[in-house]
Design a protein around this ligand. Structure first.
Ligand SMILES: Cc1cc2nc3c(=O)[nH]c(=O)nc-3n(C[C@H](O)[C@H](O)[C@H](O)COP(=O)(O)OP(=O)(O)OC[C@H]3O[C@@H](n4cnc5c(N)ncnc54)[C@H](O)[C@@H]3O)c2cc1C
Length: 396
């Protein structure tokens, strides 16, 4: 669809759209049962086999245009892939970033950068899965980030630190946001930030160090330390100083994709809770007969359906080239809440067995909690709704 589409002409698909993709993703996921994920977590290992299976099936190149060797699918198709992965009990956190990080390169990279990297990413020869934005001292206040990139002839020299950089030890490339003009020398705080495509292999040990960060979920999180790493100037994406806008351009796609994972988790929790509630007999009747067990599951199901609908609307607006920030943010919050409530209901339904690792409920419960924090926290979405949508005074 083109940007000329009118709001009233936007169509939102209902039901099981992209049925072939859904069926195929479910088949792949069936080869990666709970035991696979539990074993990985015990070893804090990367799901290399799972990522390879998705890559071989072409799913991680879903959004790369066909001219660069990808599938050229719409954003909604990628959302469906991620939803099905999570609804199957798997986790796409090891590789989902490849889908949305690549958009920055696609939209703002030059022809040379795209032909150099996109076909290799599409073939699975290069992983672009690390996204270096968050810093330890500035957190959500992104424009205050302190990592500096200083131009020295044909290179940029990087100093600073990133935190929570997922997958940096399992990725070939990192999209890095760094300040190229000091904050006190720009008119607006959003100016003077730049985006680089950093070759991790070339920089590691040469002014860049990556350390694993132990976390509540197996997300392959790291801290990245820069002390003079050199990035060729040709790896600057777009114009120097405009990087914050480029990152913002990709944020709606990222939030739509991650929210689809939350919807998938919610579906897994509901299905798992219902099955257990029907078969677990206590006081000589199935526990699901008690409304104290049944109602939280029913409520979470209704919340999931509502969040899914708003998310589908956000994806349709995105695809039509229409403003989608409001719906995307609201859908992100509602999807995160739906999955958390479904997770809580599923935990409670399982009683003590919710704590038993072999049921996978506690793993999924820990995993889905992340959506309240990342890639944007619920408070920040509420601030967006209050201030941008409803026009109340700004808090920051
Ligand atoms: C497992 C994991 C993986 C991650 N992966 C990546 C990654 O790959 N790349 C990357 O760049 N980042 C990543 N992140 C970072 C993530 O995006 C941040 O943790 C998140 O944006 C919040 O930032 P913070 O942790 O610094 O929280 P802070 O900014 O310190 O905020 C702490 C709390 O205060 C609240 N708060 C802050 N300001 C306000 C305000 N004005 N009004 C109301 N409430 C406020 C927040 O909502 C939050 O609840 C990851 C995080 C985790 C946990």
């Amino acid at each position: 669809m083109s940007a000329a589409v009118k709001l009233e002409d936007v169509r939102v698909p209902l039901g099981e759209d992209f049925p072939e993709i859904r069926a195929s993703v479910r088949r792949i996921c069936a080869n990666f049962p709970g035991a696979y994920w539990r074993d990985l977590e015990a070893r804090e290992a990367y799901p290399a086999e799972f990522v390879k299976a998705l890559t071989d099936a072409g799913y991680l190149a879903a959004l790369i245009p066909e001219e660069y060797g990808g599938a050229g699918l719409p954003l909604r198709a990628a959302a469906v892939i991620l939803e099905e992965i999570h609804a199957s009990g798997c986790n796409a956190g090891a590789c989902h970033a490849q889908m949305y990080i690549m958009g920055t390169l696609l939209r703002h990279g030059n022809a040379d950068q795209k032909t150099r990297y996109l076909p290799q990413i599409a073939r699975g020869e290069l992983r672009l899965q690390a996204f270096g934005v968050t810093e330890p001292t500035t957190g959500t206040d992104t424009t205050k980030l302190k990592t500096r990139a200083v131009r020295e002839s044909d290179h940029y020299v990087i100093h600073g630190q990133k935190v929570w950089t997922s997958r940096a030890l399992h990725s070939d490339l990192m999209l890095l946001l760094a300040r190229t003009t000091p904050l006190d020398q720009v008119k607006k705080k959003t100016e003077g930030l730049s985006v680089f495509l950093l070759d991790i292999g070339a920089c590691r040990g040469k002014g860049m160090e990556i350390r694993p960060l132990k976390a509540m979920v197996n997300h392959n999180a790291t801290e990245v330390f820069f002390d003079g790493a050199r990035v060729p100037a040709e790896n600057l994406i777009g114009e120097e100083g405009k990087g914050f806008r480029y990152i913002l351009d990709g944020i709606n796609a990222e939030r739509i994709l991650v929210s689809s994972e939350a919807i998938g988790d919610a579906r897994w929790f509901t299905k798992t809770a219902v099955a257990y509630a029907k078969q677990r007999i206590v006081f000589e009747r199935p526990i699901g007969q008690n409304q104290g067990i049944q109602f939280p599951i029913a409520r979470a199901h209704a919340e999931t359906e509502a969040a899914d609908l708003l998310l589908r609307k956000a994806a349709a607006l995105f695809e039509a080239g229409l403003p989608c920030g409001d719906d995307t943010n609201m859908a992100k919050m509602l999807a995160a809440d739906a999955s958390w409530h479904a997770g809580e209901a599923c935990m409670q339904t399982h009683g003590g067995f919710g704590y038993a690792r072999e049921y996978d409920v506690e793993r999924k419960w820990r995993e889905t909690r992340l959506f309240q924090i990342a890639p944007i926290s619920t408070n920040l979405v509420l601030a967006y709704i209050g201030e941008h949508i409803l026009g109340m005074p700004r808090s920051y």
